[in-house]
Design a protein around this ligand. Sequence first.
Ligand SMILES: Cc1cc2nc3c(=O)[nH]c(=O)nc-3n(C[C@H](O)[C@H](O)[C@H](O)COP(=O)(O)O)c2cc1C
Length: 174
Amino acid sequence: MNAHTAPPRKPQTDPEMDQLALRNVMGQFATGVTVITTLGPDGAPVGMAANSFASVSLDPPLILWSIGLKAHSLPAFRGHGGFAINILCEDSKDLALNFARPSEDKFAGVVWRSGYARVPVLDSAAAVLQCRTEQRLPGGDHEIYIGRVMDFHQREKSPLLFHKGKFAKMGEFL
Ligand SMILES: Cc1cc2nc3c(=O)[nH]c(=O)nc-3n(C[C@H](O)[C@H](O)[C@H](O)COP(=O)(O)O)c2cc1C
């Protein structure tokens, strides 16, 4: 029996839910890729790759994303009142990978400038939303951040995509 003929999984809500299977299902949802940045308490730039970003509201302009409670960057996001969503372009896979693992030196060789609330804004991003943290909400093993967009800009660049655990480029518009 292959994946196409397998019967639907019976709904599982117990704590023993198959986390790998759940992760695979989530991977069916293709997303863009962002690096979300802020400033650490020592004034050093902090950032991590994230694809949990979503638009929430236009009026007021609100977005959300979530960060794992084990992320090393979490104290910096908790301590600073702002962050920037840097939406990556298709040639930034290595940049994404660099920001997807803990390191003291993620910003080495990365061109950035200070934006709203002195938060780092990446030069190579396809688009940037600079935000003020409006709310931090519990979200299981993640913390959900709701931000108010204070400034934004974009460039004519194709976005980097993420699907089924792999990076991808845009195919064709339908
Ligand atoms: C495409 C992609 C998307 C990711 N999205 C998120 C996310 O939305 N939230 C999160 O907490 N981690 C996410 N991660 C994992 C973090 O980038 C990773 O745990 C990173 O090491 C966190 O850095 P830190 O521990 O230095 O804070 C993602 C990783 C990749 C490759």
